[in-house]
Design a protein around this ligand. Structure first.
Ligand code: 6LW
Length: 519
């Protein structure tokens, strides 16, 4: 077999793609992540080599599968699990808008995915395990309600209708870290292995393991726990945890897990604004039969032996002309954006937005589409044609963490005059930092990012760039803004309090990763 040595110190999927979950079908791997208040939900990726991933769709593409109205930011779709059994893919997750668990299934991973099968199962992070003897287990954390003890619970489930076939039973309480969650059960050889996340998804995050000869235990805790954690290490990747294991066709074992990259800014404290990202590491087995991810205390950058490429294909600059019948898969809206708020101009090319009553300051569905910022160094720009017709109508380019933390450069109308503005919204502080008159019909809006700053500018087509303000990245980080998501680079329009008939036409959008050593 063509074996190679591989070391991956970069995320395999950079940007806000947390809680990765993986399954293999013959020589194809499929990976999904959580998606919170964004629509469509649960992106699904395919890879042949575990390192280079292409998004092939979403598991949740219809409102009947993904109701997000009124959903708070960082709520909505939490950690999902993807499993393949007898010709079907199953995706199980929680919509925390209503705190209900459900699964959907599909014969093709691209979809269509079924309507939800709702479950009488509490909590978050549900996982499925199809045992070779025909039993199917649902496993998840408990302790959220009443006086139930914290720990991992399990029951048998009928996948024809989602009915539970047994009582829910506590199977393991973990090693004492806070928030035992994100469990996955596997049968490897004669043993059942349980892998869970502990310590919370922040800097104390870790993965622990236990095993038993029976699916309900008693589970013996791995003597080498935690089998993954960077909590004691000054490593550039922190908060590693929430893992899932997969065996390659060559027999080698791998783990995908989440981690964060605090921005490399000296003396600025720890801040990560790119969200929780997806990493890969080899899994080694100890002589006494326990899995260790990387070398446990340093998983990222560890070298594994397997039939994998040594390098990841570099990210290319992408220009979107919006001239297809659908938006590219990496574009998302917020919650359930009404259809009348947007369309694609396939003839000329363009994403056309009509502002509604919501603004970027609302936890609603403003006319917004964005894609994730995936690199510390990058540049995003868009050509906008927009003639506001009423006071406070607005359209522009935003760097968006959530409704309370965002920056934008935009065209608007103020006191009857067309103005270009740069605004910063940081919690309860907000200010239009710069504004100027603006006459032309089209404008290029640009934001350039490095690990410390977002620098905004505008230009006429073919004209020079006019610098127009900047904002710190750290103010859009999870440490400042809270929550579980990461920064989006978005295009938006707002009707200034009511629905707008003025079309904001974004003719193109370009995302260019920087090439300053950050992948
Ligand atoms: C995920 C859970 C968690 O479902 O964060 O802190 C949730 N713990 O494991 C959202 O990613």
């Amino acid at each position: 077999m063509n074996q190679s040595i591989c070391t991956y110190s970069e995320p395999i999927i950079p940007g806000f793609y947390p809680d990765p979950n993986i399954c293999r079908v013959e020589s194809d791997y499929y990976l999904i992540t959580s998606s919170f208040q964004y629509f469509p939900g649960v992106p699904i990726f395919r890879s042949r080599d575990l390192v280079n991933w292409t998004q092939i769709g979403h598991c949740l593409t219809r409102r009947s599968q993904l109701e997000l109205e009124g959903c708070l930011s960082s709520m909505g779709i939490f950690a999902p699990t993807l499993r393949y059994h007898n010709g079907r893919f199953y995706m199980i997750t929680t919509n925390t808008r209503s705190f209900r668990n459900f699964y959907v299934w599909a014969e093709q991973p691209e979809g269509p995915w079924s309507d939800p099968v709702w479950l009488d199962w509490p909590g978050i992070d549900p996982s499925l395990f199809f045992d070779e003897d025909g039993h199917v287990y649902i496993t998840g954390p408990g302790g959220f309600l009443g006086d139930e003890q914290a720990g991992i619970y399990q029951a048998e489930i009928d996948m024809k209708n989602g009915e539970l076939l047994t009582e829910r039973r506590l199977i393991w309480t973990g090693t004492g870290g806070k928030a035992p969650e994100g469990p996955h059960l596997y049968r490897i050889g004669s043993q059942y292995y349980l892998i869970i996340a502990e310590g919370g998804t922040e800097y104390g995050h870790m993965v622990t393991a236990a095993r038993s000869e029976r699916p309900y235990g008693p589970f013996e805790s791995c003597p080498h726990n935690p089998i993954l954690s960077h909590r004691s290490l000054g490593h550039p990747v922190q908060a590693t945890g929430h893992a899932d294991l997969v065996q390659a066709q060559d027999g080698s074992w791998w783990a995908v897990f989440l981690g964060i990259r605090p921005a490399p800014v000296p003396f600025a404290g720890l801040h990560h604004h790119l969200g929780r990202e997806t990493f890969l590491s080899p899994v080694f087995w100890t002589e006494d039969g326990w899995p260790i991810i990387g070398d446990a205390s340093e998983a990222v950058g560890r070298t594994g032996t397997g039939n994998l490429p040594a390098d990841k294909t570099p990210f290319e600059e992408t220009t979107y002309h919006f001239n297809q019948s659908a938006l590219p898969l990496e574009w998302n809206s917020l919650r359930n954006l009404p259809e009348e708020c947007w369309k694609l101009d396939q003839e000329r090319g363009g994403l056309i937005l009509y502002g509604n009553e919501a603004t970027l300051d609302d936890a609603g569905s403003p006319a917004f589409f964005g894609r994730r910022q995936q690199h510390f160094h990058c540049e995003a720009s868009a050509l906008l044609e927009f003639c506001p017709e009423r006071e406070a109508e607005e359209a522009g380019l935003t760097v968006y963490m959530n409704e309370r933390f965002h920056y934008e450069i935009a065209l608007t109308q103020k006191a009857g005059r067309r103005r270009i503005i740069f605004r910063r919204r940081i919690g309860t502080l907000w200010k239009v930092e710069h504004e100027a008159d603006y006459e032309a019909n089209s404008i290029i809006l640009t934001v350039k990012a490095d690990p410390k700053w977002y620098e905004f500018s505008y230009s006429m087509p073919e004209g020079p760039a006019v610098p127009f303000g900047r904002g710190e990245c750290s103010l859009l980080s999870s440490e400042t803004a809270g929550g579980f998501t990461g920064v989006y680079l978005g295009l938006y329009a707002s009707g200034g309090g009511s629905a707008s008939s003025a079309a904001a036409a974004f003719r193109w959008f370009r995302y260019a990763p920087g090439h300053l050593g950050d992948s």
